[in-house]
Design a protein around this ligand. Structure first.
Ligand code: DGL
Length: 268
């Protein structure tokens, strides 16, 4: 039985970035069991072809479905942008993705109806954010910019480094010239650059981070489908990665502010 409230929510990403969604979920839905999958051996996805990303997304979704998850959350913007339909087609359980969550928050967060979107090359080339935002309000003007150097800079830990600042100034100049009042951080890694980006955009631009909106949407969907867990026993959180888990474990513990149980290594 897949529609069992005690079954876990499956959350997946190309690496560690999707933990932003896990953290928000743990706060918003504290009784839920969660299985997280980070494809740490094959990250980054953002510079790969649509075919490759779709193949990886399929493999991960099938793995999580074998663990009997009751819901799938695509926490990776790149996978959500180009492989959302592939995952939805194969999944017997509901599938939520960060792009829809980000789009809803962005629409709520703009008064001027001028939104900037930044993301990986694959996400920006797919135009997925513009499509998702226009579903809610076709009159909104969207200005997109791929920021391919951000992921390696974040992975390097250069969150407040002059190289990152210069890179961000360069990337953001054209979108800021369009007088946007909201900027979608359309990549799992970008919320880690929030402070630096805010310095460049100034206070008038609303930075949209989809993780919290994702947690709210998840909680409503579980309630609507009678899938919400009310089991007050300690929820189980399982983590699977495709590279050796040591580095992931350290980052994840810092990120989630708690010790992790064993992180399993999946050898694909
Ligand atoms: N998780 C990806 C995203 O949100 C960023 C890292 C990658 O390129 O794989 O777009």
């Amino acid at each position: 039985m897949r529609n069992n409230p005690r079954h876990a929510i499956g959350v997946f990403d190309s690496g560690v970035g999707g933990l932003t969604v896990v953290r928000a979920l743990m706060e918003r839905a504290p009784f839920e069991n969660i299985i997280y999958f980070g494809d740490t051996a094959r990250v980054p996805y953002g510079v790969k072809s649509v075919e490759t990303i779709a193949r990886y997304a399929t493999q991960i979704a099938e793995f999580l479905l074998q663990q009997d998850v009751k819901l799938l959350i695509i926490a990776c913007n790149t996978m959500a942008a180009v492989a959302n339909h592939v995952v939805k087609e194969l999944s017997p359980v509901p599938v939520l993705d960060v792009i829809d969550a980000g789009a809803r928050s962005a629409v709520a967060g703009t008064k001027e109806k001028r939104i900037g979107v930044i993301g990986t090359l694959a996400t920006i080339n797919s135009n997925a954010y513009a499509r998702a935002i226009h579903q809610y309000d076709p009159s909104i003007k969207i200005f997109s910019q791929a920021c391919p150097l951000f992921v390696p800079l974040v992975e390097e830990g250069w969150l407040d480094h002059k190289v990152t600042r210069l890179t961000a100034q360069e990337y953001l100049r054209p979108v800021l010239a369009e007088h946007i009042d909201a900027l979608v951080l359309g990549c799992t890694h970008y919320p880690l650059l929030k402070a630096l980006i805010k310095d460049i955009t100034g206070p008038k631009v609303n930075l949209i981070d989809s993780a919290e909106s994702m947690a709210d949407i998840t909680a409503s969907l579980l309630t609507e489908k009678n899938l919400r867990s009310f089991d007050i026993n300690q929820p189980q959180h399982q983590f699977y990665v495709t590279d050796l888990p040591l580095r992931f474990q350290g980052i994840a513990e810092r990120f989630l502010g708690r010790a992790l149980p064993r992180v399993e290594h999946i050898k694909w």
